[in-house]
Design a protein around this ligand. Structure first.
Ligand code: CP
Length: 346
């Protein structure tokens, strides 16, 4: 694989499960022996959006593997990389030029872009990611666009594998309320595809109006068939979680109320009222009692406590959120080694 844009979509279930095995093997190898696996390899990190986990785990992981992390600020420190037609004189620089320049110096370009920097047009940030990949002669790593968050999904599958092994388990991927509508659909979509690759029995739960990308749901259905898992959709949170082994409850925006054209605005009033009508979609102890006795709660973080999930759950014994955060670094290390020194994973 040359790029890391949406591995959970393009890899077969078999390939994806092998990658989880490789990531776990890398995690369980001592640092000293893997210290020089990416010696002197430079990766450019472009964050168009805020980040705690992705930013710190990528930089730390690459440094521990012997590489050179270079963080570039697309909003201030450099000319903002832009697609044709989105350019502003002496403020932006065409993505094709940025990609080719950075390819002259380093070994990969990692990008986070969703939401406002892409005008909230669904798919526009992903288009920028693909544009980078078409012009760069070095790999592109997706650190979250508006369609996919492959690093999060791989970390989550590693976490599930560590807890339950490769057993067939029921995962509920559920929408949850938040006081902000600004969370993209990248996490639920990537977790959906990754879960389908891993032969999990998936229940996708959301109030009407929070449908995910139809093409991605169809792809997940075909992956589930291939892997031996299953996928169904419900609009009842209570019904979904009955007997669940894994509850992944988090908020995401309604694609219906995003603009279709760049320059148009988000339908904020309709978006907000759809959120407010579903304030009861919070994961709490009363819901946990309906799940399996050893069920885990997952969230990519940052979580909106008291809105998406209660303190009791996120700080409680069933919470896997810090194991997930920890596995971000191991998943990304595997991705970086997979792209830049694949022989080291064998
Ligand atoms: N889960 C996640 O991607 O966290 P950050 O936004 O902090 O990077």
């Amino acid at each position: 694989m040359r790029n890391w844009i949406n591995p959970e979509a393009v890899m077969s279930p078999n390939e994806y499960q092998k990658l989880i095995g490789a990531a776990l093997a890398l995690k369980n190898t001592d640092w000293e022996s893997k210290g020089a696996v990416l010696k002197s390899r430079a990766i450019y990190f472009l964050f168009f959006n805020q980040s705690l986990r992705t930013r710190s785990s990528f930089q730390t992981g690459l440094a521990k593997l012997g590489g050179i992390p270079v963080v570039l600020d697309p909003q201030a420190g450099i000319y903002t990389p832009a697609l044709p037609g989105r350019e502003i004189p002496y403020a932006t620089e065409r993505i094709s030029d940025v990609a080719r320049v950075l390819s002259e110096y380093g070994d990969a370009i990692a990008i986070r872009m969703y939401g406002e920097p892409a005008g909230w047009v669904y798919g526009e940030a992903h288009r920028a990611m693909v544009e980078f990949s078409q012009w760069a002669s070095i790999p592109i790593i997706n650190m979250e666009c508006d369609k996919f968050h492959p690093c999060q999904a791989l970390a989550d599958m590693i976490t599930i594998r560590e807890k339950f092994g490769a057993k067939r388990k029921k995962i509920v991927i559920s929408w949850a309320y938040s006081g902000s509508w600004h969370k993209p659909v990248a996490v639920p979509q990537s977790v959906l595809l990754a879960s389908a690759n891993c032969a999990l029995d998936i229940v996708l739960a959301y109030p009407e109006g929070f449908e995910l990308d139809e093409e991605i749901v169809k792809l997940a259905e075909s992956k589930a068939q291939l892997s031996g898992g299953s996928l169904r959709i419900t609009h009842s949170f209570d019904e979904a979680i009955e007997g669940a082994d894994i509850v992944y409850a988090k908020s995401w925006c309604s694609l219906k109320h995003l603009p279709e054209q760049y320059g148009d605005t988000v339908e904020e009033v309709a978006m907000t009222s759809l959120f407010e009508a579903n304030r009861d979609w919070i994961y709490d102890d009363s819901k946990r009692l309906r799940t399996a006795s050893d069920s885990i709660y997952m969230h990519c973080l940052p979580a909106d406590r008291g809105q998406e999930v209660t303190d009791e759950i996120i700080d409680g014994a069933s919470s896997a959120v810090f194991a997930q955060a920890s596995n971000r670094m191991h998943a990304q290390n595997a991705a970086m080694v997979h792209l830049l020194n694949p022989g080291a994973l064998e």
